[in-house]
Write a protein that binds this ligand. Structure first.
Ligand SMILES: Cc1ncc(COP(=O)(O)O)c(C=O)c1O
Length: 374
């Protein structure tokens, strides 16, 4: 006779899974171009992909050349990330013992939670914000403590204080915040640091704002700043993020991460990107200018409201009850934005700032949608 556990497993393998993961909702990542093009029934070349806050100019041309030249892909990367951490530290104006790299900053969000938070312990999330925080908190079996932002998307300091008082171990603050585009001031971050919990300031869009709290890191062991090469350097597909933190935290993250978490192609691409910093920053500047122009043009369309943004995307609100419809009409025209329409972001979508012609396609698309039936 089979032992009962095995018999149950044969009936339903889910009975062997951790109960909270049997029903866990996946993070809704952005679909790749070929899937979107198929959905819209158009060739990929006609797709206007504005749903991922990706860099429309792509990586520096030096990246492809360096990847082609590199000869050591058959070897494992350095588990201590020595060369990579050195390069990142120089770029960020800090020392290598304060830097850890991840397969995207996503991986560092997960690792930080695993380092500081146990199942059932509280983590403060400030919605509307980057949904990966809540996803990882849930996967860990930790407790999601919500401190929703106010109408202007500023932080609810009282709510965060209350969460900390009740024992929450960590708070995530994206600055600029995704999807709202606003930043959190250094003064506010200083107040959070005084609460004694771990404060993770996610500066994924730093290069678009030039506002950072990284200089506070040497004075506060409970501050971690996250950055990425996905946005300013156009390396989203190669997955390279990094954190700036207290050396003790860095040492522990290096100890608990998978040994070869960052692949060698990403490391080669970082080196080539840093060598081509001027070109990449001139593109960042172009994106910032295009963002402000796009905002002006969208504001001229009756019914469309936009929020100020310091990043490479804009949050837009459609007339009451029309958000979903506008999203679908845009998609039908091959224009893909990120649909939110949650209670905190009713009738909203977020659009990346694309190439000038992509931004024009969005403006024209919205104009035609509202002429037709707005
Ligand atoms: C606030 C924020 N943090 C982190 C990330 C993830 O970045 P990465 O590609 O480095 O994992 C994003 C991506 O959209 C983001 O908006």
């Amino acid at each position: 006779m089979k032992p009962p556990r095995q018999a149950a497993a044969l009936r339903d393998i889910r009975s062997l899974m951790r109960p909270h993961l049997v029903t866990a909702e996946p993070y809704e990542g952005v679909e790749p171009p070929e899937v979107l093009a198929q959905q819209a029934g158009i060739p990929e070349e006609r797709l206007v992909k504005l749903n991922g806050n990706e860099n429309p100019y792509g990586p520096s041309p030096k990246v492809a050349a360096a990847l082609g030249r590199y000869r050591r892909y058959h070897l494992y990367p350095d588990p201590q990330q020595r060369h990579l951490r050195q390069m990142l530290a120089e770029y960020a104006g800090t020392s290598p013992d304060r830097v850890v790299a991840g397969a995207g900053s996503d991986e560092l969000i997960d690792l930080l939670l695993r380092l500081f938070v146990g199942p059932g312990e509280g983590v403060i999330d400030c919605p509307p914000t980057f949904a990966m925080y809540a996803t990882f908190i849930h996967l860990l079996g930790a407790r999601l403590v919500l401190a929703p932002r106010d109408e202007a998307f500023g932080l609810d300091l009282r709510g965060i204080e209350e969460g900390a008082r009740r024992g929450a171990k960590l708070v995530f603050v994206a600055s600029p915040n995704n999807p709202t585009g606003n930043t959190t001031s250094e003064g506010t971050v200083r107040r959070l640091l005084e609460l004694g919990l771990v404060v993770v300031v996610d500066e994924a869009y730093f290069e678009f704002t030039n506002q950072t709290v990284a200089p506070l890191v040497p004075h506060h062991a409970n501050l971690v700043v996250l950055r990425t090469f996905s946005k300013w350097a156009g390396l989203a597909g190669l997955r390279l993020g990094y954190g700036i933190m207290d050396p003790t935290v860095a040492e522990r993250l290096l100890a608990i991460k998978a040994p070869y978490n960052v692949n060698l192609a990403a490391e080669v691409a970082v080196e080539a990107s840093l060598e081509d910093r001027d070109l990449l920053m001139s593109r960042v500047k172009a994106i910032v200018q295009a963002r402000d122009q796009l905002r002006e043009e969208l504001a001229r369309i009756p019914g469309v409201a936009t929020f100020p943004s310091t990043a490479n995307f804009l949050l837009c609100r459609m007339p009451h009850g029309k958000g979903r419809w506008v999203y679908q009409e845009l998609a039908r025209r091959g224009i893909f934005v990120r649909d939110f329409n949650t209670p905190l972001l009713q009738d909203c979508f977020r659009t990346s700032v694309g190439l000038p012609e992509e931004n024009q396609a969005l403006v024209k698309g919205l104009e035609s949608i509202f002429e037709q039936g707005g």
